[in-house]
Design a protein around this ligand. Sequence first.
Ligand SMILES: CC(C)(COP(=O)(O)OP(=O)(O)OC[C@H]1O[C@@H](n2cnc3c(N)ncnc32)[C@H](O)[C@@H]1OP(=O)(O)O)[C@@H](O)C(=O)NCCC(=O)NCCS
Length: 172
Amino acid sequence: MTAHRIGPSTARLEHRALSVDDAEAFFALNSHPDVMRFTGEPPLQSLNEATEALAAYPDFETVGYGRWGCVLKATNEIIGFCGLKYLDDLDAVDVGFRFLPECWGKGYASEAGAASIAFGFDVLRLKRIIALVLPENGASIRVLEKIGMHRQGEFEYDGLTALRYEINSSDR
Ligand SMILES: CC(C)(COP(=O)(O)OP(=O)(O)OC[C@H]1O[C@@H](n2cnc3c(N)ncnc32)[C@H](O)[C@@H]1OP(=O)(O)O)[C@@H](O)C(=O)NCCC(=O)NCCS
């Protein structure tokens, strides 16, 4: 199995797997209350917690792909993450994205999300990619629509009611 630790390059972003060396950027993103508000996850509390989460991230080794860090080509800074995650309990592959608030509204999530979907279909040969989003997360819903995903109804996940979006390889 190939571990796709390097993801697609887009107009403004590189995608690569994060390591413990990226703990500060990962902590800045995942401790920010505005970023975490609609994710269903608690904000990270410490740099140490971020380091441990990165050290324990198994996806690239276990399924060959995962969420990549999004590196802004212009500055070489990590401004978010985006990528695919295999959800064991649903036997489905989910696209997800998260960016620093100062970077919102510039099209980065749409750029990264579209690239992740193309990677899933063209490289991984997936048939379907899903996304789970809370109904109150208007920006995320808008991104999912912009990258061609369709709403498939509501879904109970992690004790929350989420909307399920899908795109099939045949939709493109
Ligand atoms: C969701 C998120 C990734 C979007 O990132 P982004 O780079 O700003 O996204 P884009 O710029 O590509 O597109 C955002 C779109 O949402 C729209 N938007 C922003 N806030 C909105 C809102 N409250 N309701 C509806 N649409 C909204 C923008 O106008 C834009 O659409 P447009 O291009 O048609 O004008 C970012 O807000 C984020 O990191 N949120 C916190 C983490 C998160 O919730 N992730 C998703 C979990 S499912």
